[in-house]
Ligand binder design. Structure first.
Ligand SMILES: N[C@@H](CCC(=O)N[C@@H](CS)C(=O)NCC(=O)O)C(=O)O
Length: 209
């Protein structure tokens, strides 16, 4: 059994989508980051960085924070969505790390400055909006070459997709990124993605371009 500590954000949705894809049983522990649940000392024991997502695997006793590490752990535990043949394995790691270092932090800053704090820093709004478009361009060029970012559907797609699902906050126009659109719609049609995206089972619909 996996205990999942999460909230309705892209980093959290990555893990619930993965759990739904691989079919592992899990118990949901909502951590309302707007109510500062993430600073509860009990949560700190599971997630020393005070951020969601985190898991505890009752089979192994391991607790784990950081969504990229959790995706790799669940993939290795189940033998799914992370091909282990050399060097294919590293193409998946490459795009997973790209998400962790690029779309995660930078699209997060677009949400922060453009969506929630407009007018507070023109410099930050311009800088992060420009970076958002650059990152979307990188993804679009990659997806012009391959069906999924690392070839076959993998944890790399699961890491990136929830960030793209917040496109309405990111000052981008899907019309300029046709390959991202094709890929986005393909993942949005997957029942496991739909279930995992609506992690708190609120009946919310995935935004459609
Ligand atoms: N690198 C971390 C980032 C986790 C993260 O930023 N989580 C956000 C929600 S998406 C959070 O818990 N924020 C609460 C806070 O910053 O206090 C991961 O990928 O797991």
């Amino acid at each position: 059994m996996i205990d999942l500590y999460t909230w309705t954000t892209p980093n959290g949705q990555k893990v619930s989508i993965m759990l739904e894809e691989v079919g592992l049983p899990y118990r949901l522990h909502p951590i309302n980051i707007l109510a500062e649940d993430q600073f509860d000392p009990a949560f700190l024991k599971v997630a020393p960085n005070n951020k969601i997502p985190a898991i505890v695997d009752t089979d192994t006793g391991l607790h784990l924070m950081e969504s990229g590490a959790i995706l790799m752990y669940l993939a290795e535990k189940t033998g799914k969505l992370w091909p282990q043949d050399f060097p294919t394995k590293w193409r998946v790691v490459e795009w997973l790390m790209w998400q962790m270092g690029g779309p995660g932090p930078f699209l997060g800053q677009v949400h922060h400055f453009v969506k929630f704090n407009p007018g507070k820093s023109t410099y930050a709004e311009e800088r992060y909006s420009k970076e958002a478009k650059r990152l979307w361009g990188v993804l679009d060029r990659r997806l012009a070459e391959v069906e999924y970012v690392a070839g076959d559907y993998s944890i790399a797609d699961i890491a990136i997709w929830p960030w793209i699902s917040r496109f309405e906050w990111q000052t981008v126009d899907f019309a300029n990124y046709p390959n991202v659109k094709r890929w986005y719609l393909a993942l949005a049609a997957r029942p496991a993605v739909r279930r995992g995206w609506d992690v708190l089972k609120e009946g919310r619909a995935i935004p459609m371009p």
